[in-house]
Write a protein that binds this ligand. Structure first.
Ligand code: G1P
Length: 289
């Protein structure tokens, strides 16, 4: 069955960015000139997924406001002769078919995904965690969809994580079945680093089957007292199998200030107009104190 829907959880507290995120969600923080969440939506669209479900908190409508059409903006820009930016605004106005579902309480990633149960229905779907922005020639999600099509089982994206940071991730124990592709044997959410079963950490891309919802509904809270998607996958794995793909591309963890700043620099340096100049300025900054 074709994957047509992507769920983007965007209802977290954004505690690592406080106070900036007191009044708006961290997914609207800008990476160069686009909010972080737009990279996730564009990755889904570029992977052939046209229906986006964004899980939002009940406290702010800012994400909805961002994506709703603003025809007056394009008209104003056009009247001022800025046709290029007007075109970009119109592209955004039509960008995607986005449905919003509210997560009334913040009870973890598994619970956030569960909020999309009715809208997803009985079909496979993707989950994109917008904090993880992936720069890749072929979108990471598209790479994973190829695995899903050939193996007919769920897929998680993984990458090699430094031992010192592995405790912040879902970690998989695997056996390799093809270059960069592994069959998952077990998973654990945020293990103590010394007990981590490998250095392969889950990054924020999943292709899931709809049976995940009933499992999420049945499991107790796990790491951090939250309903964890990783725990639900551990259960489902035994019934349906699961694959882990070391995708081709570079991932930036924009969910904390250092990763976000690194991503700004990396994406900024690729900018056609000022990338070269920025690269030089960053080079000079290395001796700044
Ligand atoms: C979530 C998942 C974790 C995964 C991580 C990737 O954790 O629970 O398994 O490794 O995203 O970014 P969070 O970062 O929300 O704590």
């Amino acid at each position: 069955m074709k994957v047509r829907k992507a769920v983007i959880p965007a209802a977290g507290w954004g505690t690592r960015f406080l106070p900036a995120t007191r009044a708006f969600p961290k997914e609207l923080l800008s990476l160069v000139n686009k909010p972080v969440i737009q990279y996730a939506v564009e990755e889904a669209l570029a992977s052939g997924i046209g229906q986006i479900i964004v899980v939002i908190s009940p406290f702010t409508n800012a994400i909805r406001d961002y994506f709703r059409p603003h025809p007056e903006l394009a008209a104003l820009l056009r009247s001022r002769g800025n046709g290029e930016l007007a075109d970009e605004m119109e592209r955004l106005d039509r960008m995607a078919d986005i449905i919003y579902v509210v997560q009334p309480e913040r009870r973890g990633l598994g619970h956030a995904v569960l909020m999309a149960k009715e809208v997803v229905g009985m079909e496979p779907f993707a989950v994109i965690l917008p904090d993880d922005v992936i720069d890749a020639r072929e979108p990471a999600l598209a790479q994973m969809l190829r695995v899903f099509d050939s193996r007919q089982a769920g897929v998680v994206a993984v990458e090699n994580i430094d031992r010192s940071e592995i405790g912040r991730y879902g970690v998989v124990r695997t056996e390799t079945v093809a270059p960069r592709l592994h069959r998952v044997l077990s998973l654990v959410e945020k293990p103590e680093p010394a007990k981590a079963p490998s250095r392969l950490g889950i990054v924020g891309r999943y292709i899931l089957t709809p049976q995940i919802f009933e499992v999420v509904e049945s499991i107790p809270p796990g790491s951090g007292g939250e309903i964890q998607l990783t725990d639900a996958l551990s259960v489902l794995l035994k019934r349906q199998g699961l694959y882990a793909l070391e995708f081709d591309g570079r991932r930036f963890d924009t969910g904390s200030p250092p990763g976000w700043i690194e991503a700004q620099a990396a994406f900024g340096m690729k900018n056609q107009d000022y990338g070269e100049a920025l690269r030089e300025k960053l080079r000079q900054l290395t001796s700044y104190e």
